[in-house]
Design a protein around this ligand. Structure first.
Ligand SMILES: [Fe+2]
Ligand SMILES: [Fe+2]
Length: 245
């Protein structure tokens, strides 16, 4: 398999110097990334902004959602440059989101904490795919110094810390956080997509992604499972309830 190593700018695409399949894939990945960024706040703001346990937590919910809205804006601008009108992403309801993880609602503080711990972490993996990618304006959003990556790290750290604290309480509280980990871990593993995805191969062919779905998933597993164990929680079965393997 050969990989495209050339770097393209918007003007190259506007001048018709890019393969039409490349432009299609780029439009698609930008629409999906925009959808995931705005999908987070739609899951938790309504319930968690008023119901987070402490005032400080409420501030964090508010800050996290403003950061995600800004991430949406950054990817939507890139998509817009390529002629994708992302208005439909702003208008759609949760069940219409591209990824399963964003189709429900978050109604408990445990789910909010674990969402940061496990799902924002998948988000970090997705963004890492674009580092050094063949579309220079996209690479620039995630490469150092990148506010988007730093903010994503903040969401992950906060979620991980809160999850560990709730696990350390023990008893029923620990069982509740375990149930959230069970749910979001399988959701997170599925977010990497199918190991035999043909489209994923095309993304790699065009230098728009670096790792295969399975490589990224395995790295995520290796990063996350020791953290779950350290929290004194059970590592969920990796196969149970999975939709994509
Ligand atoms: Fe984000
Ligand atoms: Fe995030």
């Amino acid at each position: 398999m050969s990989f495209m190593t050339e770097k393209l700018e918007l003007k190259d695409i506007q001048a018709g110097r890019a393969d039409p399949e490349y432009v299609d894939l780029l439009r698609r990945v930008l629409a999906i990334q925009s959808d995931c960024e705005i999908g987070g706040p739609h899951l938790y703001v309504e319930k968690m902004l008023p119901e987070a346990p402490l005032k400080l937590d409420r501030l964090v919910v508010a800050r996290t959602s403003t950061e995600e809205i800004d991430h949406f804006r950054k990817f939507a601008v890139l998509a817009g440059d390529l002629g994708v009108d992302t208005t439909y992403i702003l208008q759609r309801n949760n069940p219409q989101r591209y990824l399963e993880a964003f189709r429900g609602t978050i109604n408990s503080w445990e789910d909010f904490a674990v969402f940061g711990f496990l799902i924002d972490r998948v988000g970090k993996y997705q963004l890492e795919e674009f580092m050094g990618c063949s579309y220079a304006p996209l690479a620039a959003v995630v490469e150092h110094p990148s506010r988007v990556m730093l903010e994503e790290e903040g969401h992950i750290d906060y979620g991980t810390t809160r999850t560990a604290e709730l696990a350390a309480v023990g008893g029923e509280q620990k069982e509740r956080i375990q149930r959230s980990v069970d749910h979001w871990y399988r959701t997170g593993l599925d977010m990497f997509g199918s190991s035999s995805s043909r489209r994923a191969e095309r993304y790699r062919h065009f230098g728009l992604k670096r790792r295969t779905n399975e490589e990224a998933r395995q790295q995520y597993i290796a990063e996350v499972e020791p953290i779950i164990e350290k929290m004194g929680l059970r590592v969920p079965d990796r196969q149970e309830g999975r939709k994509y393997t």
